[in-house]
Write a protein that binds this ligand. Structure first.
Ligand SMILES: Nc1nc2c(ncn2[C@@H]2O[C@H](COP(=O)(O)OP(=O)(O)O)[C@@H](O)[C@H]2O)c(=O)[nH]1
Ligand SMILES: [Mg+2]
Length: 278
């Protein structure tokens, strides 16, 4: 199974992102805590140049903490990183002060030259469905307190005042996933980053079931109340009442339910990337 993501839009997406980046001091890069590698695009680093970045491992409420911890340690060597949940708001309050720390040197240099401090301008960047809108809502408390267009900024882009020291671009930057490795496509599809229409759900479910059997067998068996040798789509379908006429099992329906339950974090909390990969 090879999952294709709209590569035709990549050039346009990249151009838009480059344009947006010109107006910000600092970037909030969102990635999926379950995929600290596969949900990032290494090209962002190139686009950023020297611009500071805070890496946010989002959806950490769905992630396996035991495997997340070593990732946090490793990623911290590259720059500031924290685990958050843009859904519950966990960790979101730390963001503003980390950004202030990140920008402190630059602000001091400007102050030394007599330049008056203005609020830090930040933007949220990440692949589709990573939680960009959710994070913006958390940061703004859902308020529509726009500060109005700034001269030179692309029409339509608005700045939202988070606090006196921080302004956020209200339109997030879209990053495309990195797709050369088929495993990456499967992991992104499994976690719900890619529309279900572009891949075979049953095939993906079979792959995910196998992956979970290898990585989280206890959780899988407990959740479905099945023994190891019973763990397949037929038995999951039977447990979930996915019956066709004649008593056959609707394995497509079973696959859809299994994928949904996995994405809700109910089957197991996971981290699907291994350190040292990629
Ligand atoms: N469990 C969980 N779900 C989240 C979190 N952040 C976002 N989501 C969900 O992920 C989906 C996509 O979020 P959205 O903010 O629209 O992503 P965007 O496409 O990057 O703007 C939505 O269903 C959100 O509710 C999180 O921290 N935890
Ligand atoms: Mg959005």
């Amino acid at each position: 199974m090879n999952i294709q993501w709209y590569p035709g839009h990549m050039t346009k997406t990249k151009r838009k992102l480059e344009e947006q980046l010109r107006w910000v001091d600092v970037v909030l890069e969102l990635c999926d805590a379950r995929l600290p590698l596969s949900s990032r695009n290494p090209l962002l680093q190139e686009l950023l140049g020297n611009k500071p970045r805070l890496l946010l491992l989002n959806k950490s409420d769905l992630a396996d903490n035991n495997r997340l911890k070593p990732w946090l340690d490793e990623l911290a060597q590259e720059g500031p990183v924290i685990a958050i949940s843009a859904q519950s708001g966990m960790g979101v309050k730390k963001i503003s002060s980390i950004l202030e720390d990140l920008m402190a040197d630059k602000r001091e240099r400007l102050a030394a030259r007599g330049v008056r401090a203005r609020p830090i301008r930040a933007m949220v960047v990440g692949i589709p469905n990573i939680g960009k809108s959710s994070l913006i809502n958390q940061l703004t408390g859902g308020s529509q307190a726009k500060t109005g267009n700034k001269p030179g900024v692309t029409r339509g882009n608005q700045w939202i005042r988070i606090n006196p020291k921080l302004e956020l671009l209200d339109t997030p930057g879209i990053l495309w996933p990195k797709f050369d490795d088929p495993q990456v496509g499967k992991k992104l599809a499994a976690t719900g980053a890619i529309k279900d229409e572009v891949f075979d759900q049953e095939e993906l479910a079979v792959w995910l079931l196998q992956w979970l059997k290898q990585n989280y067998p206890q959780e899988l068996m407990e959740f479905y109340k099945l023994k190891e040798e019973e763990l397949d789509l037929e038995n999951i379908g039977r447990k979930r009442g996915c019956l066709l006429s004649g008593g056959r099992i609707d394995t497509l329906k079973a696959a859809q339910i299994f994928l949904r339950e996995f994405r809700q974090g109910r089957v197991a909390k996971v981290v699907m990337d291994w350190q040292g990969e990629g």
